[in-house]
Design a protein around this ligand. Structure first.
Ligand SMILES: [Zn+2]
Length: 694
């Protein structure tokens, strides 16, 4: 999911100010005596890791485990995934009531190695009810698109009702259905139900459920629902939980959480009015015209863990294709009225992203991707991912320098890898899909659109990595990355940490390991875990395996902790040794004592380099282990201090404050002043503004 698609628009409100600040920064930089500035860091080759970091990394080395076999080779004609579920759904849309009546046959293969008697199911649409857990959380903290305590338009209510639940060979068990609330004991929440069968399903056996259900779709909320005659139908059918880590994993629907389900096959027949133009996360295999003014579309999808669809009589279907290492991918773009000028932008973004992922991460093995462009007023349906179907978002007047359609398309497509194929538990470890995806968003957007791709206005630019970092710093220390998705202190922390912090932590890691090594990591992680449900530790172990480094000191703080990193040049100055004598003008033979004091202001402990330059052009690089709260270096020499910079290689993108990382002496003045890049200062200032706005 794109984190609050309106965020860029909100930030835009600060652009006038940002423009002025940017202008001021550039104007100032021309005349100021900057010796060392925090310029936007260039990516360094793999071999360039700071010596201090290399030392730390090599100290308490656990020998890296042998790299497990990463050859999850996809063989033609064979399933990509272990298919646990097979869904056959027949659904009929009634636009006059915004309702869907459907039957579902679910075959569940018990591959758990043990008998299963109780089966839990998700009923996500019941989140949109007044006393649901989702709604209670939204009332408290707000969520994407809804503010805390905001008036609620009853049109946004939605529901799903199971009218029949039968099990083959066991009869009608509708009366045995009971709602479950494993996360919060909210007995009024109806987003999970479970049924205890009369007898267990033995390991290796299958059970067939026959379910009938009715959906009342909400007017678009949380990326599902209708807007006028547009439908984005997601999370719309009873979906069985996942047997994971020796237990059922079937969480209630929360304000900040997404989804988790098993791989399998979907055969879905959709009956809709004849004039509807549809798209779905599957291949269209048959269309039948019915005598009652409807048509039935039959979709098939394999090796996916969800199925969503869309319909509108007003879509323009733009078709294209892209050829990658796994074959041809058909691209369907379903454009809403008034948005056609954005179609080439979506296409360029989706093809470019396919290209970069294919090159860097691994093949896209499906033969299709559908991009849905929600209509005017349906923005809340935008910025969402489902297997082989994503929703984007634009407006009729989207400026070309505001790359919202591109960022959203890139982000949602990226989820085909981090969620779609590497199917992590989005309830419990949101950072693994949103955060890893946000890191890749930085890499792909930079590669496709150049630096400053978040905004490209002539008067103001913002790069992807800066945006991620600012999002993280908006509330950096309330929650660790590894917090369960619904346990964050608030929505801001959930978003800033899951998306922004993960990206920032991985960008820092990239500086430590090198860009090329990081690419190996992502490639290996994808190959090892595609079509499975890896955990955070699986990802971290892959990093250590591939890099051959013990990085626990970093993981423990960055992933598992809430420590914030902030290094500062607390003081730096030179003093004449013979200070008690008057300084004779023009005397060359002076000797100075120079002090540089570096302080670790944050609680994040990390080794760091300190670069000290003197006026004669000589320099010293110190390697500090960063363990104490401060360190002071002193030098005696013939030249005065010119500048001191902590973390001169800009390794720590995590650093809370770049402004205090350097200390510069004006060459023609005794006065010293702290000077970082004023542009960074401006960006941070705007960040504060946008936090206030949101
Ligand atoms: Zn996302």
């Amino acid at each position: 999911m794109a984190r609050g698609i309106s965020r860029p628009l909100l930030i835009a409100t600060g652009l006038v100010v940002l423009g002025l600040a940017s202008w001021a920064a550039h104007a100032h930089s021309r005349s100021s005596a900057r010796v060392q500035t925090h310029a936007t860091p260039a990516h360094k080759p793999a071999s360039v890791a700071s010596p201090a970091l290399s030392q730390a990394a090599s100290s308490p080395a656990t020998p890296p485990a042998a790299v497990p076999n990463s050859s999850s080779v996809l063989e033609p004609g064979k399933p990509f995934s272990t298919r646990v579920v097979a869904y056959q759904i027949e659904a009929r849309l009634d636009p006059s009531k915004h309702s869907i009546a459907a039957t579902e046959t679910l075959t569940y293969h018990n591959l758990t190695g043990q008998p299963l008697q109780t089966f839990p199911f998700h009923l996500y649409l019941n989140a949109f009810q007044p006393q649901s857990t989702w709604m209670t959380e939204v009332r408290l903290n707000g969520t994407r698109g809804t503010q805390a305590g905001e008036a609620w338009n009853p049109k946004h209510f939605g529901s799903i009702t199971v009218t029949k639940f039968a099990v083959e060979g066991m009869g009608d068990l509708t009366g045995k259905m009971e709602f479950a609330h494993p996360d919060d004991n909210n007995t009024l929440d109806k987003t999970v139900f479970q049924v205890a069968l009369p007898k267990p399903i033995a390991p290796g056996e299958s059970v067939v459920f026959h379910i009938a259900f009715n959906d009342i779709m909400p007017e678009v909320v949380e990326r599902t629902g209708y807007k006028r005659d547009f439908y984005m139908v997601g999370q719309w059918f009873p979906k069985v939980g996942v047997w994971w880590k020796g237990a059922w994993n079937c969480h209630q629907f929360h304000a900040t959480t997404e989804f988790f389900s098993d791989f399998g096959t979907y055969d879905v027949k959709l009956t809709v009015p004849k004039d509807e133009i549809t798209g779905a996360g599957g291949d269209l295999v048959a269309t039948t015209d019915n005598s009652d003014g409807t048509k039935t579309l039959e979709y098939k999808s394999e090796d996916v863990h969800d199925f969503s669809w869309t319909a509108s009589p007003h879509f323009t279907d733009v078709e294209d294709s892209w050829s990658g290492s796994a074959g041809i991918v058909k691209i369907h773009l379903l454009m809403s009225p008034g948005h056609m000028s954005t179609a080439p932008r979506y296409l360029a973004a989706v093809k470019g992203t396919l290209e970069k992922y294919d090159e860097w991460v691994g093949p896209y093995p499906y033969d299709r991707i559908t991009v849905v462009d929600p209509p005017h007023g349906g923005f809340d349906a935008g910025g969402m991912e489902y297997p082989t179907l994503i929703t984007a978002g634009t407006t009729w007047d989207m400026p070309k320098d505001m790359l919202v359609p591109e960022v959203v398309t890139e982000h949602e497509f990226g989820h085909q890898y981090w969620y779609g194929m590497v199917a992590t538990n989005e309830f419990e470890e949101a950072w693994m899909d949103e955060g890893i995806n946000s890191y890749m968003e930085v890499k792909v957007m930079d590669a496709l659109y150049g630096k400053n791709s978040f905004f490209k206005f002539p008067f103001a630019q913002l790069s992807e990595d800066e945006e991620q970092r600012l999002s993280y710093l908006s509330l950096p220390d309330a929650d660790p990355l590894t917090r369960l998705g619904w346990k964050f202190i608030n929505d801001q922390s959930y978003g800033g940490i899951s998306y922004g912090k993960t990206a920032t932590v991985l960008l820092t890691l990239e500086k430590m390991l090198g860009e090329e090594m990081m690419r190996h990591v992502m490639h290996e992680y994808f190959l090892r875990y595609r079509f499975t449900h890896p955990t955070g530790e699986d990802f971290l172990k892959t990093i250590e395996d591939v890099s051959g480094q013990n990085l626990r000191w970093y993981f423990n703080q960055a992933f598992y902790g809430t420590q914030v990193l902030d290094f500062e040049i607390e003081d730096a100055h030179s003093d004449r040794l013979n200070w008690w004598e008057d300084e004779k003008p023009g005397t060359k033979d002076q000797t100075y004592r120079t002090y540089v004091t570096v302080q670790r202001k944050g609680d994040f402990i990390a080794p760091v380099d300190v670069l000290v330059r003197f006026e004669d052009g000589k320099s010293v690089t110190e390697h500090w282990d960063g363990k104490d709260r401060w360190i002071r270096y002193s030098y005696i020499g013939k030249s005065k201090l010119a500048s001191a910079v902590v973390d001169p290689g800009h390794t720590y993108w995590l650093d809370r404050d770049f402004f205090n990382n350097s200390y510069v002496v004006k060459p023609d003045s005794r006065a010293t002043h702290k000077l970082e890049n004023l542009w960074m200062f401006a960006v941070e200032w705007v960040s504060q503004l946008t936090n206030w706005l949101t």
